[in-house]
Design a protein around this ligand. Structure first.
Ligand code: SAH
Length: 215
């Protein structure tokens, strides 16, 4: 297994951060998280050379680790403050989870693939990341036990906006969700009141699909 983080890796991360800055990412906390997290350890060691390119990559169970720019873009939209309660749908490799932890969030994350859920839970704790709760289950339902959340991030392409996610937001809470089938529009919802949500759209992205639970 892949386990080392070296100065060479840190150097490559610095180059990646510069690419993200060129692409318009400004949030200091987000850039600092990406400069610290050993992304190569989140992928199979044979793909190590790809870890610090700004590209999505295959991980276990036919899933992908999101492109660094996408992770940065979504994380920036969340506007996380230290101690925020944040729910992530689609734990996957745990890379986005690690970014949220570095931003000082109390992180809750859900994954529907058992294999990935188990693997990532073990891996994040080995790396020293301590999300509040990693859950195996269906993200369409959110995680009502720990609601309401300051923000919710969906890291798979959602064919529609699941109602439970909107209802589990605090007032002024933010939901960042890529909505669409083949191509997704990055969409931000800000909860203005019990019943009102402000919606903004931020261009096209491509994700693996958010799947309905068939268990
Ligand atoms: N945040 C991840 C991105 C992984 S890709 C990372 O940084 O690596 C999206 C993930 O969403 C996949 O692991 C997939 O299994 C998961 N997923 C898809 N549908 C889901 C659902 N309904 N509930 C929870 N997770 C889901």
């Amino acid at each position: 297994m892949n386990s080392k983080d070296t100065l060479k890796h840190a150097g490559k991360r610095k180059q990646l951060v510069n690419i993200l800055i060129e692409k318009g990412i400004k949030n200091k906390g987000v850039l600092s998280a990406i400069s610290k997290i050993p992304r190569h350890l989140f992928m199979d060691s044979s793909f190590e050379d790809h870890a610090y390119q700004d590209k999505a990559f295959p991980i276990a169970a036919d899933q992908t680790i999101s492109q660094p720019y996408t992770v940065a873009f979504q994380s920036e939209l969340l506007q996380i403050s230290n101690g925020d309660n944040v729910l992530e749908i689609g734990t996957g490799s745990g890379y986005q989870t690690a970014v949220l932890c570095e931003l000082g969030a109390k992180v809750y994350s859900i994954e529907r693939q058992k294999e990935l859920f188990k693997k990532t839970k073990l891996f994040l704790s080995k790396l020293g990341y301590r999300p509040k709760h990693l859950s195996f289950g269906d993200g369409y339902k959110g995680l009502v036990e720990y609601a309401p959340y300051d923000s919710i991030i969906v890291t798979a392409g959602a064919p529609f906006v699941p109602k439970p996610l909107l209802s589990q937001l605090k007032i002024n809470g933010r939901l960042v969700i890529p909505v669409g089938d083949d191509v997704q529009i990055m969409t931000l919802f800000v909860r203005k009141s019990e019943t009102q949500f402000e919606k903004r759209e931020f261009g096209e992205f491509r994700f693996v699909p958010l799947l309905e639970n068939r268990n």
